[in-house]
Design a protein around this ligand. Structure first.
Ligand code: 9UX
Length: 72
């Protein structure tokens, strides 16, 4: 089934950054839901672990120029 991962996302300084990260996450194969918050620098992503891994998600965020790490 689907899993939920939480990530800290650094380098987001405005609403357009949030929109950009949100769009990147939603476009990833295997990601069905993403919520990104500027105030907390947190992203929550619902994903299919048979299609994409947490590390893949971290790498996609970093490829877009932000810093990302897994929570917990
Ligand atoms: Mo605007 Mo957010 O150039 O980094 S998208 S500040």
């Amino acid at each position: 089934g689907m899993l939920v991962g939480q990530f800290t996302i650094g380098g987001m300084t405005c609403a357009a950054c949030v929109s950009s990260v949100d769009g990147i996450l939603r476009d990833l194969p295997g990601v069905c839901r993403a919520v990104v918050a500027l105030a907390t620098s947190l992203g929550e992503v619902e994903y299919d672990p048979t299609v994409i891994s947490k590390d893949d998600i971290v790498n996609a965020i970093e490829d877009a120029g932000f810093e990302a790490s897994l929570v917990q």
